[in-house]
Design a protein around this ligand. Structure first.
Ligand SMILES: [Fe+2]
Length: 325
């Protein structure tokens, strides 16, 4: 849009009413604060994002079918993004986080790259031989494991087993989109060089250790979950924008998630049940993903002994002084 100051001065002085003035000042990129189209302040949090549920069974079928035509040579990643149906969004799962189902077939690899967003993988189904390489460290991907790829780390994924490997990716890309410090860089290596293969690593949370961890809390009394336990993973020195936790529910257990300013994604690690997710009543089972936008509450009930992995943006809200309950 082209404009010059003399024209603005001239046109402003000719206006004989506010209604005549509004389009003239708008043309010069001013908005009259008392006459704007949208509210800028409101009494309590609003979100366009909806409570959502995605079926792993459906996601897996879609990935298997896509795998007939799309290989990891053509796609940077063979993944299905779980988008929240708001605005013109086809990417974000909640305001600050995105989740995706990803699959690689036997013999395939997902090429190395690095980017400013932080990422993690929750492995759903994988046989020995599936692994990631993160900054040269080879990290096995076995069902139930959680792997971190902090922002800026070079990472790639491989499947040397005889079965397809499936996992859930969770990244803070929507937060990076909001704040805009995005950098992405492919590797010059087609295959990432492995420099070590440790038995344990700060980027690797093995399922067996999560289940039997002595760090398990006896209960989560702060939110009234008398018969479920919540275990916070020690991951925030690696990924500062996300809080990772594991909820353990017994048979007929209850997990209450209070209404807070936090946006949350839940992945079903084991078991089945039902949930009232901000008013959405759904059944859940292994591999499903649930999104709970900020200022919504949820109540999970288990039909069997169950485990639910949660990723949320609590550390961001806390650091910015914006956490409320
Ligand atoms: Fe990546």
């Amino acid at each position: 849009m082209k404009f010059t100051l003399p024209i603005a001065l001239d046109s402003f002085s000719k206006a004989t009413s506010l209604d005549e003035l509004y389009p003239l000042i708008h043309h010069q990129f001013f908005t009259a604060g008392w006459h704007k189209k949208r509210d800028s302040l409101w009494k309590s949090p609003r979100t366009e994002f909806r409570p959502m549920h995605w079926s792993y069974q459906l996601g897996k079928l879609a990935l298997d079918q896509a795998g007939n035509w799309m290989d990891t040579e053509l796609a940077e990643r063979r993944n299905l993004l779980l988008f929240n149906p708001v605005e013109d969004n086809d990417y974000d799962t909640v305001r600050t986080l995105v989740a995706a189902y990803q699959m690689i077939k036997p013999g395939e690899y997902a090429k190395p790259h690095k980017h400013s967003p932080n990422a993690l993988r929750f492995v759903l189904e994988a046989k020995p031989g599936a692994f990631s390489v993160v900054d040269g460290v080879k990290l096995p991907m076995l069902s139930g494991d959680i792997l971190l790829t902090p922002g800026g780390s070079m990472h790639s994924h491989y499947n040397e087993s005889d079965a397809c490997a499936y996992w859930i990716d969770i990244l803070d890309v929507p937060l990076i989109h909001l704040l805009e410090p995005m950098f992405f860089e492919p590797s010059i290596e087609a295959i990432q060089t492995v420099t070590s293969s440790p038995d344990q690593h700060e980027y690797w949370f093995k399922e067996e250790l999560l289940i039997h961890s002595s760090t398990l809390l006896s209960n989560d009394s702060a939110v009234g979950n008398s018969n479920s336990c919540t275990q916070i993973l020690d991951s925030q020195s690696q990924i500062v924008t996300q809080c990772l936790s594991y909820h353990h529910l017994p048979l007929n257990g209850t997990l209450n998630i209070p209404r807070t300013t936090v946006s949350r994604i839940f992945c079903i690690a084991h078991g089945s049940g039902t949930v009232n997710l901000g008013g959405l009543e759904v059944s859940w089972k292994f591999g499903d993903v649930l999104a709970l936008p900020s200022w919504h509450e949820a109540c999970f009930n288990s039909n069997e002994k169950s485990r639910i992995f949660e990723v949320n943006d609590l550390p961001v809200l806390q650091k910015l002084g914006l956490f409320r309950q």
